[in-house]
Design a protein around this ligand. Structure first.
Ligand SMILES: Cc1cc2nc3c(=O)[nH]c(=O)nc-3n(C[C@H](O)[C@H](O)[C@H](O)COP(=O)(O)O)c2cc1C
Length: 327
């Protein structure tokens, strides 16, 4: 009898017995076939790089943070692999928004293309978003708040009032899916203050975290800094950033009123991806590992994540998302 019932359900109702794509997810209203995709800035500046990412086993393609005009960026060396991660002071080299809008208009992959915006002033951010609003082919925008905005003031993400002012201006006209990318925070009051501001806006997602700012790596043999720009000071990514990234994902997951979190920072293994999701991330970006390992990291990370999920008996991302237990 049991055999007959099983045969019946296999032939007539195959769907309920089929496993859904184990690592599919959604960021708000945006479905992604795979919870993994590239972090902005890692191998996503040129058309060739974006084409390669479009073919990679990822849920989305995210482009390099764009300014209005082409930027050459800082003098080299401006990026270095370092033992547990990376350091960079790239200076926002990008091809300018026109290039990314043309690329989006022609984009035909079976996954969304996200643009990242990094205006150097509030006015530049508004101009960029007005251009994107009219454009075709853009799945969502990640507004990079880790940029200088007003000379003599900290980067926008470290200035709560300036962030609120920027977002008020943006949401006065922008009505397409838009998220923000935050720098890392280290003080509980800063989490609370930033979350209170973000909760006032219809954000599609919040990405935590950008590089940990102003690290210094030394080349001992030459007795110099490893990077040329900014006296060698640069943003730190990779394993150094993981505990801070997880703390930011988890804190904002708890403080934001249902705004999805995209985790970023320190992902080197499928276990790292699992930890980001357990802390509350709906999707997970990969920066330094993509720089070091190339596109192959996505196949490996996807397989490692799924193997850990199988071991733990989880069938889909939602089974463990945000379910970090207390001790
Ligand atoms: C070479 C490089 C360039 C980056 N450029 C950007 C950028 O243009 N916009 C941005 O939001 N983040 C940028 N980042 C930060 C990454 O997107 C990411 O937030 C950070 O590296 C932490 O992730 P990871 O530990 O996986 O590297 C860059 C990182 C690297 C390594």
């Amino acid at each position: 009898m049991r055999f007959v019932a099983l045969a019946f359900s296999l032939t007539l109702c195959p769907k309920p017995l089929m496993r859904p794509t184990a690592i599919e997810t959604e960021i708000g209203q945006i479905p992604l076939q795979n919870c993994l995709y590239n972090a902005s800035g890692a191998r996503c500046t040129t058309g060739e790089e974006l084409d390669s990412l479009a073919r990679a086993p990822t849920g989305a393609v995210l482009a390099k943070s764009a300014t209005i005009a082409y930027r050459k960026g800082n003098p080299k060396p401006r990026y270095r692999d370092i033992p547990f991660g990376s350091i960079n002071a790239m200076g926002l080299p990008n091809l300018g928004i026109d290039f990314y809008l043309d690329y989006a208009a022609a984009f035909s992959a079976e996954k969304p293309l996200f643009l990242s915006v990094a205006g150097l002033t509030t006015a530049e951010n508004h101009t960029l978003l007005k251009r994107i609003q009219k454009a075709a082919g853009v799945g969502a925008v990640e507004l990079n708040l880790s940029c200088p905005n007003i000379p003599g003031k900290p980067q926008t993400g470290y200035d709560v009032a300036q962030t609120e002012h920027l977002l008020q201006g943006v949401f006065a006209f922008y009505d397409k899916p838009l998220g923000v990318k935050l720098p890392p925070y280290f003080d509980r009051v800063h989490f609370d203050q930033m979350a209170a501001v973000l909760n006032r806006f219809p954000l599609a997602f919040v990405t935590c975290i950008n590089s940990m700012g102003n690290g210094l790596h030394i080349d001992v043999e030459r007795e110099t800094a490893s990077l040329k720009p900014k006296g060698g000071f640069g943003g730190i990514g990779g394993l150094y950033a993981k505990p801070t990234a997880l703390a930011n994902v988890n804190r904002f997951y708890k403080l934001l009123d249902g705004i999805p979190i995209v985790g970023c920072g320190g992902v080197q293994t499928g276990t790292d991806v699992f930890e980001h999701i357990l802390c509350g991330a709906s999707a997970v970006q990969v920066g330094t590992s993509l720089m070091k390992e190339g596109l192959a990291c996505f196949t490996r990370l996807g397989e490692e994540l799924q193997s850990l999920m199988r071991e733990k008996g989880y069938v889909r991302v939602a089974d463990f998302k945000g379910k970090l237990k207390s001790l």
